[in-house]
Design a binder for this molecule. Structure first.
Ligand code: SAH
Length: 391
């Protein structure tokens, strides 16, 4: 059923087979359980099939799973995913409960924001009524007091050729809540529009950054204030920049939420293109002690990597220009296609061009609730380098 290249990929430990590596054009119905075999008929495992995605096959198990045993397997895996977080994310009410391939549940993502769960079924298989019910029942049992909301990405439904669906509450009544990361509070509204929720994968990086941050701080792509609000706890003044007005409105509300609880530096929220703003500020000779750059993924494809690296370089160059001696740079990239060595290399050439000496304090990735599979590099996408400018 899969060609040599597809078989080699699975044997090397990856979980995906691309459509171009299938030997039959329509081997199974949309979203079905399939048994994967190589050209000689040797078994490669059980998988979930998509009739439209470029990722045609997502391996579920090396064992022979049938439609009859599938629900039980899913229940066990959902339970294991939840146990893992309860063990390793003990101090937060917000984390990714299920991270798709990393939890051997390819196509399923569940985030917990305090008492609201945000559920994403990203494949034909997990959109099947019977499997949706298994997942929902399981989650309702594990989190009996939580509201469960389905978060729909229309683009992904299109790719999977699934009928359009609205984001909606599936269980309970709650879709809004306040959640806490590292003691910092955030608003969450699961139905607030397309882009919603926090970047839970940065949770540990927020705390790490706050550990080094000081003085005057700038957060270049602040979204709803993730880094800025953490920095406000330890810095004298913080500027949070984003090009999205709605994101900044929530950021401001988040600031209010935290003012009641802690000492916070004042945060200035600026709606601007960070590229332009950094350029203007650098030209004007502004200086900072801490700068965070966490832009959106610049490289969505492999071909976009050189352009992405130029983008990262431009931003970080401006930042290095403005950092005082001893200053802290927190440079992030969530582009899977830009590897950590490439990203560090970019920082190296940026430091050289700016004539500054930069030393790495920490090389970090996503938080523990987004664990990466060694054989599936796509699960390791986030880079967060904390570095210091030497005098
Ligand atoms: N650091 C944030 C996440 C950033 S996501 C956190 O931890 O929560 C990327 C953000 O960059 C988005 O909010 C998006 O609105 C913003 N953005 C995209 N292009 C931008 C640009 N050119 N200038 C400023 N902000 C931009």
């Amino acid at each position: 059923m899969v060609n040599q290249r597809g078989a080699a990929r699975l044997r090397a430990g990856h979980l995906w087979v691309y459509r171009s590596d299938l030997l039959e054009s329509a081997p199974a119905p949309a979203g079905a359980m399939v048994h994967v075999r190589d050209e000689r008929g040797r078994k490669l495992g059980s998988a979930l099939y998509s009739s439209s995605s470029q990722i045609a096959i997502r391996l579920l198990s090396a064992d022979e799973i049938t439609e009859a045993t599938l629900p039980d397997l899913l229940r066990r895996r959902i339970g294991a995913a939840s146990d893992f977080r309860r063990q390793w994310v003990p101090d937060s009410d917000s984390y990714r409960v299920i991270f798709s391939e990393s939890d051997q549940l390819p196509g399923l993502v569940v985030d917990r924001y305090n008492d609201v769960l945000s559920l994403q079924m990203l494949t034909q298989a997990f959109d099947r009524d019977d499997l949706r019910k298994v997942v929902l029942d399981c989650l309702a049992e594990l989190f009996p007091d939580a509201g469960i909301v389905e978060h729909v990405d229309p683009h992904i439904r299109q790719l999977e050729q699934l009928p359009a669906r609205e984001s909606q509450i599936l269980c309970g009544e709650r879709s809004q809540t306040i959640f806490t990361m590292n003691g910092v509070r955030f608003h969450f509204d699961a139905l607030a529009g397309q882009k919603t929720g926090a970047f839970l994968d940065q949770r540990e990086n927020y705390a790490a950054a706050a550990g080094y941050a000081h003085g005057e701080a700038l957060d270049g792509f602040t979204y709803q204030g993730g880094f800025a609000l953490h920095l406000a706890r330890v810095c004298q003044a913080v500027t949070g920049v984003d090009s999205s007005r709605p994101a900044l409105e929530i950021a401001e509300q988040n600031e209010q939420l935290n003012l009641e609880q802690h000492r916070c530096a004042e945060i200035e929220w600026i709606e601007a293109n960070a590229f332009d703003l950094l350029k203007d500020y650098a030209t004007a000779g502004r200086q900072y002690d801490t700068i965070v750059l966490d832009p959106p993924a610049f490289a969505k494809t492999k071909r976009a990597v050189p352009t992405a690296l130029r983008g990262y370089k431009e931003l970080n160059l401006r930042a290095l220009k403005m950092l005082r001696p001893g200053g802290i740079l927190v440079a992030c990239s969530c582009s899977f296609h830009v590897s950590e060595p490439e990203f560090i290399d970019m920082l190296g050439s940026t430091a050289a061009d700016s004539g500054r000496r930069l030393r790495i304090l920490e090389k970090r990735g996503a938080a523990i609730d987004h664990p990466a599979l060694v054989n599936v590099p796509e699960t390791a996408y986030l880079k967060c380098v904390i570095a210091q400018v030497l005098a």
